[in-house]
Design a protein around this ligand. Structure first.
Ligand SMILES: C[S@@+](CC[C@H](N)C(=O)[O-])C[C@H]1O[C@@H](n2cnc3c(N)ncnc32)[C@H](O)[C@@H]1O
Length: 297
């Protein structure tokens, strides 16, 4: 629905007011959107985001247009399940979250309620999505971290009045996933990129290369993303650019990442990053944006 904003000529699509990541995600790119969005082509036909996480750029694009097809993937199975459930069964999900919100708000011991949900192993896909969203909104810093057995182990976050249910957000996300006919897959980025060709736009936002050994927070799933993985990704990036795909990548600005992408157009930006391992240094974090067009000599 379009509505004129009072006193201006602007129109705002009210159905998209709630459009943003439905989870807080380590390395989420909301604060980098002003630097990323200008690189999105006006004529976007096919969009690949194989390190999806909270999908900040995907939602940023959808706030402008949903006239493209989306190929969204991540190795985090629980996360991809949540996207699928939002796309296909938003109302069922909302009824679970609404119950969790009421139970949490009235729980005599909210920490105990959190740990009870953390220990719960739901078998249904909607319940599993509801648990992931509940834990994301109530755990420490909205982190997703699992132990070597793949069991979520982030402690209670002690937030005042966390918003576990945001039905406006769930409906808005569901709508854009449907409009873009999003295919949502739990696969490694290399498999996700195998079908890419010339008309495709690809955004790569891998787990960060840590700027120093002490600030490593790259274990988004049971598998970390090593230096070797970063090198293989850079190779993949080159192959995609050679195929004629448009490739955009973000990573931390380190000597190592600058070297990996020295053949390409690099922009250095400074942003606030919402999550890091030690809870300090949230301001002025240096990032690289790399464009997959070979350098002109
Ligand atoms: C930096 S986060 C992406 C953040 C996202 N751009 C956002 O705005 O929230 C990186 C993501 O890559 C995923 N990942 C890690 N290794 C992967 C792999 N080999 N293939 C695909 N996804 C992977 C992680 O599960 C994590 O969600």
């Amino acid at each position: 629905m379009l509505q004129a904003v009072e006193g201006t000529q602007l129109s705002v699509d009210t159905s998209k007011q709630h459009l943003a990541s439905f989870v807080k995600w380590a390395g989420g790119k909301t604060s980098l959107l002003p630097d990323l969005l200008p690189h999105i082509p006006h004529r976007l036909t096919s969009y690949y985001e194989p390190f999806l996480g909270g999908g900040a750029l995907f939602f940023g694009i959808c706030a402008r247009t949903t006239s493209f097809s989306a190929h969204l993937s991540d190795t985090n199975e629980e996360l991809i399940n949540a996207y699928r459930v939002i796309k296909e069964s938003p109302d069922e999900l909302i009824s679970f979250l609404s119950r969790f919100q009421k139970e949490y708000d009235s729980a005599p011991d909210q920490s105990a309620y959190f740990y009870q949900k953390r220990d719960w192993r739901p078998t249904g896909r909607v319940e599993s999505a509801a648990r992931l969203i509940f834990l994301n909104k109530t755990c420490y810093n909205g982190l997703y971290r699992v132990n070597s057995k793949g069991v979520f182990n982030v402690p209670f976050g002690r937030y005042k009045n966390p918003r576990i249910l945001n039905s406006g957000s769930i409906h808005a996300v569901s709508q854009v996933l449907q409009n873009t006919r999003a295919d949502l897959r739990t696969i490694d980025y290399k498999d996700a990129l195998a079908p890419c060709g010339t008309a495709d736009f690809i955004y790569l936002d891998p787990p960060y290369q840590p700027p120093s050994k002490t600030s490593s927070f790259t274990d988004y799933t049971a598998d970390g993303f090593s230096e070797k993985d970063q090198e293989e990704l850079a190779e993949e990036f080159g192959k995609l650019a050679d195929k004629g795909c448009m490739v955009l990548l973000s990573n931390s600005d380190t000597a190592f990442t600058r070297h990996l992408y020295h053949d390409f157009e690099i922009t250095k930006v400074t942003v606030n990053r919402p999550i890091n391992s030690v809870g300090t240094g949230r301001k002025g974090y240096k990032e690289l944006i790399v464009l997959g067009r070979p350098k002109k000599n």
